[in-house]
Design a protein around this ligand. Structure first.
Ligand SMILES: [Zn+2]
Ligand SMILES: [Zn+2]
Length: 344
């Protein structure tokens, strides 16, 4: 039995804005207009699905599932509560409830789930919520042998409880960063993430524009270009204290695990522990073997750096060429919808 990761959608929130074209997305292919969403699939032959875990479910995820196998996934995992990652959840949960008459498993951080329920209050009683806390391992009951760890990230003030999801199966590590501007990781977490096999990550822009609440593929100073004024100004405007970074992930009520995690994060950061400011910084730090770039827009590259918006092929070549230039060993892939990555 093999394990694959399927790309169900690869888009940002609005891949092709109405009234516009976008060279990266094929507007004649509805599947390419879907938001970023993935399935971890257990299958003997790539097509028969024995087990399926759905990671994020925005626009188009449900259409993909109906067209390809038409089977209810065994559980949903949310990185953060933005609608381009949650919209299809109602359809999945309602399908399950009406056919099986049982609660459906949804894994997320408590703050993410609270925020998601504001959009879908009708599904609360149909869901068995499984809370994810920072750096705590949970066994995924719906997929034998699968472990999951949640790590908080900063993705702006509106992304309550945002985080990355690390799945571990046998000796393989599969990481989904979700949308992200900064990972909120401690030294011990970087050690734990070492030698990640595959990382699916937010590649909203190639160059930094932190006001978008997304990180970038690289920082220009990494490739011997002048440092980004937008990144420097943003870091300066935030000052040295990093408390503001953890705010969207901090529950009002004291929680020993969550508050303990962030106390440590802050004390390490104050002592000069470096933040990962781009995809390149991050994959280098965790020594990732392969990184899949999704959620691409390029709008900020065009607007603030006068850089072209790329197509699939050009984005992949850009990342791999720049990586080679700085001796970064990670292989970069820009997946198409339906891409199957064999992980085990
Ligand atoms: Zn998004
Ligand atoms: Zn988002």
């Amino acid at each position: 039995m093999s394990v694959f990761i399927r790309t169900n959608g690869r888009g940002n929130a609005w891949p092709v804005p109405l009234g516009k074209e976008h060279p990266f997305y094929d507007k004649d292919n509805f599947e390419d207009l879907a938001n970023a969403s993935f399935s971890i699939i257990q299958s003997p032959d790539k097509t028969t699905i024995e087990r399926e875990l759905l990671i994020d479910a925005g626009h188009g995820a449900i259409h993909y599932l109906i067209k390809h196998g038409n089977r209810i996934p065994d559980a949903i995992f949310l990185t953060h509560p933005h609608i381009d990652h949650t919209l299809s959840i109602d359809w999945v949960v309602q399908s399950h409830w009406r056919q099986k008459g049982k609660k459906y498993s949804v894994y997320a951080s408590p703050l993410c789930w609270e925020q998601t329920l504001k959009s879908f209050p009708q599904i609360e009683h149909m869901v068995e919520f499984k809370a994810l806390l920072p750096a705590k391992t949970v066994q995924v009951a719906e997929f034998e042998g699968m472990q999951l760890r949640f790590y908080p990230v900063f993705h702006g003030e509106s992304a309550a409880g945002a985080g990355m999801l690390l799945f571990e199966y046998r000796n393989k590590k599969i990481l989904f960063t979700g949308d992200i501007l900064l990972p909120l990781l401690r030294k011990a977490d970087y050690s734990y993430l070492q030698n990640c096999d595959v990382v699916y990550t937010d590649a909203n822009n190639r160059y930094p524009y932190p006001n978008s609440n997304h990180w970038s593929v690289l920082r220009p100073d990494l490739i011997n270009e002048p440092p980004s004024k937008y990144l420097n100004d943003w870091l300066k405007s935030k000052g040295n204290k990093l408390n503001w970074l953890i705010r969207p992930n901090l529950p009002v009520k004291f929680n020993k695990t969550v508050h303990g995690y962030f106390n440590q994060f802050l004390s390490e950061s104050y002592s000069g522990h470096e933040l990962s400011l781009s995809v390149f910084d991050f994959v280098r730090k965790i020594n990732a073997k392969k990184a899949f770039l999704v959620h691409y827009s390029g709008a900020e590259d065009y607007k603030y750096y006068e850089k072209n918006i790329l197509n699939t092929q050009k984005l992949a070549s850009f990342a791999n060429e720049k990586a080679l230039q700085i001796d970064l060993n990670t292989e970069f892939v820009v997946p198409k919808v339906g891409n199957l990555e064999h992980v085990y």
